[in-house]
Design a protein. Structure first.
Length: 304
């Protein structure tokens, strides 16, 4: 984790003018977010209809966490399954290098929570805590930060929340975006709120997956001194032996099935895409009756 040490030591000081701009930008965001906050709760309740797990531990989304780790630990946020998978190598490396330092891991989705518990089953102890991430509102984030008292905040990939970043800055908590990625579409979205994006970029350190990601961050106002291109952490993931065995058995089964001359995979699908895929597959079946379509939904609740 030398990378994080290098980045954290590369602190930047803001001019008085930039501090004033940041305060104005964050204040405007808070007003807008406050108006939308009821919609976030409504969305949470709506999602809980199809996925009851969203009703569990709702108080944590208000910053009310049961765990009380020792001060000076690490807060690591991974939104869902993909980010959790990328975060686990970091968590294990941090645990190896700093065995006594508490690590609080937050996720947004129940599937991310379940995946974290599964992947860290052998490593979970009294110094690794899990909570759902609180909504990005000053009171919720303040309660959460004062409870866990982190010395550093590591966020995986693309989850940039303005109030969280601003309050971390106010409490002298360095913010690192690890395994960062940025698509052209996301960059355009951030450009539309440049007044806010520039304020956030002044307060974060970023380790991107690829050079193109770095270019997008630079275009949003991130100082080059706060940026490193490190490659994708996902290539460092060690798969569980039983998972590798199951995958090889499934692969062998498909290879040995002589009737399956055409197999195609639709991975990470979202709601509404399956119908299109099935319609396309019906056309394929007219040409090859033995063709096989494998659909892998993005979210676990859609497997049923």
């Amino acid at each position: 984790m030398d990378l994080f040490i290098v980045i954290v030591n590369n602190k930047t000081s803001l001019s008085l003018a930039n501090k004033a701009k940041s305060v104005v930008a964050y204040s405007l965001y808070i007003v807008l977010f406050s108006c939308l906050l009821p919609l976030f709760f409504a969305r949470l309740l709506y999602r809980s209809i199809k996925a009851p797990a969203y009703r569990s531990r709702m108080s944590e989304r208000l910053g009310l966490v049961a765990a009380k780790p020792a001060a000076g630990g690490i807060w690591l946020h991974a939104v869902s399954v993909g980010e959790v998978i990328a975060a686990v190598p970091i968590i294990k490396a941090l645990r190896q290098q700093y065995p006594l330092m508490p690590i609080t891991v937050t996720t947004t989705t129940p599937t991310g929570s379940a995946r974290l518990t599964e992947m860290l089953a052998e490593d979970l102890d009294n110094n690794i805590f899990h909570s759902y991430s609180p909504y990005d509102w000053p009171i919720f984030i303040s309660i959460f930060l004062r409870k866990i008292k982190p010395s550093i905040y590591i966020v995986m990939e693309t989850e940039l929340w303005p109030v969280t970043i601003y309050l971390c800055q106010c409490m002298n908590i360095p913010v690192i975006v690890a395994n960062a990625r940025m698509s052209a579409k996301s960059a355009k979205g951030y450009q539309r709120v440049a007044w806010l994006s520039h304020a956030m970029m002044r307060n974060i350190q970023v380790a991107t997956q690829y050079q193109q990601d770095a270019e997008y961050y630079l275009s949003l106002g991130l100082p080059s001194t706060q940026l490193q291109v490190t490659g994708s952490i996902k290539f460092d993931i060690e798969l569980a032996p039983e998972l590798v065995l199951a995958a090889n058995e499934f692969k062998t089964q498909l290879i040995n099935d002589a009737k399956k001359t055409f197999i195609w995979l639709a991975a990470s699908t979202h709601k509404g895409e399956d119908e299109f895929l099935l319609a396309t597959h019906r056309k394929v079946l007219k040409q090859d009756p033995n063709a096989l379509l494998i659909i892998v939904p993005r979210h676990l609740e859609r497997f049923d």
